[in-house]
Design a protein around this ligand. Structure first.
Ligand SMILES: NC(=O)C1=CN([C@@H]2O[C@H](COP(=O)(O)OP(=O)(O)OC[C@H]3O[C@@H](n4cnc5c(N)ncnc54)[C@H](O)[C@@H]3O)[C@@H](O)[C@H]2O)C=CC1
Ligand SMILES: O=C(O)C(=O)CO
Length: 343
């Protein structure tokens, strides 16, 4: 018997019982559910990551739908419990759904929702921030200032990489990868090389048109190239940002062999999912190549970092905050509620 978990209840007399495993930003999502005859129960347990047992207790004997989080393991155990409780829908408050066993959901007749689109620009902006922070050594320089070490301008102090005219590499040129590419191209006049299973036609057309605009204004035009292999991107790009889904084709996509072919002074950014990089291999590479820099929003064993990563000055690390703008998080919450309601 699972231990009960603490909850906050909205609209207690609502006909449909919907559970949210976390409180989410804004109030629109709550209004949407309560206006549509839902009794909403929000888990208030002081625990960052809920276990399968905690969620089983939340589902209970009768539950029509659940809004859950990317930190939770949604597999057969939870989907069959939701089915037994009369549920028909699970809404993941994230665009990435590698925490969801879609086949198990299908077997149990549970519809799945995710939250694409509302987080595209916010996530791309964080990837761009990490690119700049790593290229220009912002965190190292900030720590140096705060430590009282600055005693005057020096020609060699925190010399980093210029982005203008360099090549930005994007692996996974979907919604976020394309938005990131546009930011780096428009903002810093970088040339693009990308690798994706599919052609990013709109992105290519944008770079072509922007290149023509620059040329017409007497500036060096930007260019694009769709790489035949991922290795071509890794070899050629000065800044590489990873934006694919996490699945078995992208697990440890960045491994020791691929790190070895990257430029010694390249910047690597990951705001997709941690296991896309072999993080232990990355730590070794950072140790051996002090001019190679990374910006990481996600980690292989979240919330932990692989041993040694936290000591690396050439790594900028932030705690999975790429979609964390107020507008986006409220949008994700709203979409999560809508995904429950359409079923
Ligand atoms: N760090 C964070 O807070 C956030 C992380 N994400 C992650 O970003 C991912 C991408 O999100 P979107 O751009 O909205 O999805 P999307 O589906 O638009 O783009 C993913 C792209 O990856 C490509 N892809 C799939 N397998 C590939 C492979 N083996 N090699 C190269 N490319 C491959 C797809 O063809 C697609 O174009 C999500 O799945 C999620 O895991 C998304 C939002 C926030
Ligand atoms: O949406 C996702 O996939 C995230 O990682 C958090 O926004």
């Amino acid at each position: 018997m699972a231990k009960p978990v603490s909850i906050q209840v909205w609209n207690p007399s609502g006909k449909y019982r919907v559970v949210s495993t976390k409180s989410m930003p804004g109030t629109r999502w709550i209004r949407l559910l309560t206006d549509n005859d839902c009794r909403l129960e929000i888990c208030t347990e002081h625990k960052t990551i809920l276990s399968v047992d905690d969620i089983l207790a939340l589902i209970g004997d009768r539950c029509d739908g659940v809004i859950g989080q990317l930190t939770e393991d949604w597999g057969d155990v939870l989907f069959s419990a939701l089915k037994r409780a009369g549920g028909t829908v699970f809404s993941n408050m994230a665009v990435g759904y590698n925490n969801v066993d879609v086949e198990a959901a299908n077997r149990n007749g549970i519809a799945i929702g995710n939250t694409p689109g509302v987080l595209t620009e916010t996530t791309a902006e964080l990837a761009a921030s990490l690119s700049l922070a790593a290229a220009r050594r912002i965190v190292e320089a900030d720590q140096f200032m705060r430590a009282g070490l600055y005693d005057g301008w020096l020609p060699h102090l925190f010399v980093g990489n210029l982005l203008k005219g360099q090549t930005v590499g994007v692996i996974g040129a979907g919604r976020i990868g394309s938005a990131y590419a546009r930011m780096m191209i428009e903002g810093f006049k970088m040339n693009l090389i990308y690798y994706d299973l599919y052609q990013a036609t709109r992105l290519e057309n944008f770079v072509t048109a922007y290149g023509q605009f620059l040329k017409a204004n007497g500036e060096e035009p930007v260019t694009w190239k769709r790489a035949a292999t991922m290795e071509d991107v890794l070899r050629e790009a000065d800044v590489i940002s990873l934006h694919p889904v996490l699945d078995k084709t992208t697990y440890h996509l960045i491994n020791p062999e691929r790190l070895a072919i990257m430029k010694k002074e390249a910047v690597l950014v990951n705001a997709s999912r941690g296991p896309v990089i072999d993080e232990a291999a990355l730590v070794e590479h950072l140790k051996a190549n002090p001019m190679f820099r990374v910006g990481l929003d996600v980690f292989e064993d979240e919330p932990y970092m692989k041993p040694g990563l936290a000591d690396m000055k050439n790594a900028v690390v932030v705690p999975h905050i790429a979609s964390a703008s107020k507008w986006t998080r409220e949008g994700m919450a709203t979409l999560s509620a809508l995904n429950v309601l359409v079923w």
